[in-house]
Design a protein around this ligand. Structure first.
Ligand SMILES: CC(C)(COP(=O)(O)OP(=O)(O)OC[C@H]1O[C@@H](n2cnc3c(N)ncnc32)[C@H](O)[C@@H]1OP(=O)(O)O)[C@@H](O)C(=O)NCCC(=O)NCCS
Length: 233
């Protein structure tokens, strides 16, 4: 838990108080978010667009179908919201089967709903979201294969951003191998459905939208939920 408090910059009273509350709260009602922000400068030269990679900038039933094929129960409304927020969907197929999917956000922000924070996607930047390789295909470099291909659709992009939960070792390894470097962190803790402790928003991407700016402890009522719902992607 110490890691979560590392960058709160408080006097220590806040941390001690929260440590006490957390220790006395049943773990079932605690929901931690501990994300590492990463980015990678992109080379000017791109790989050619690979055969088998499809890009979707608008809604198509194929997007739903590929999620169903991969057993990923993401509601249609959420998939459509991603497109509505300017994200594009990519699917890499081999022999007709989906072997990797991902989303790229082109702006204006990557909204991290767990912390109610939207980070600015810099000009000529892209933000990777929800890359997924089915279990039987993992460890074969599909991550790199899809990204190399998807970047061919964005010849002017200069930086690729991403965020990875610190416990997701396979994803961190794939990101590091692809040349991403850690540049910051976002940490938050929800206690039940009513309280949010935002512990850290550090990093190179400036905050664009944030619930209750300047506050680290928040009640998460209806207004909060509306704020998140409008930005969720
Ligand atoms: C994270 C993920 C996209 C990586 O894709 P990938 O194509 O398997 O990536 P790579 O082939 O580059 O392998 C990355 C790491 O996965 C791990 N890995 C290797 N084989 C694996 C397997 N069979 N099962 C699980 N992980 C494996 C290894 O640690 C590997 O790193 P290493 O080669 O340096 O040891 C994939 O594991 C995945 O879809 N996971 C579930 C969804 C997810 O967590 N998405 C990321 C959200 S940020």
């Amino acid at each position: 838990m110490n890691r979560v408090w590392e960058s709160t910059n408080g006097t220590g009273t806040r941390e001690r108080l929260w440590t006490r509350i957390v220790e006395r709260t049943p773990t079932a009602v605690l929901a931690w978010t501990d994300l590492t922000l990463m980015n990678r400068e992109l080379p000017a030269a791109r790989s050619p667009r690979p055969v088998g990679l499809e890009e979707y900038a608008e809604w198509s039933q194929a997007i739903q179908d590929v999620h169903d094929e991969l057993g990923r129960a993401i509601p249609k409304s959420r998939l459509q919201a991603r497109l509505g927020h300017g994200m594009r969907f990519y699917v890499l197929r081999e022999n007709g089967r989906a072997v990797c999917t991902a989303w790229l956000a082109t702006g204006p922000e990557r909204f991290i709903d767990e912390a109610a924070v939207g980070l600015t996607i810099p000009a000529n930047g892209l933000w990777l979201r929800d890359i997924f390789v089915p279990p039987s295909e993992r460890g074969r470099g599909r991550f790199q294969q899809l990204l190399d291909g998807a970047l061919a659709f964005h010849p002017d992009a200069t930086t690729l951003w991403s965020d990875v939960h610190v416990s997701n070792v396979a994803s961190l390894r794939a990101h590091l191998r692809y040349g991403f470097r850690p540049v910051g962190a976002v940490r938050a803790l929800h206690v039940g459905k009513r309280v949010l402790l935002r512990c850290a928003v550090d990093g190179a991407a400036p905050v664009r939208s944030i619930w209750a700016p300047g506050r680290w402890l928040m009640w998460t009522g209806d207004e909060f939920r509306n704020f998140v719902r409008e930005r969720l992607a």
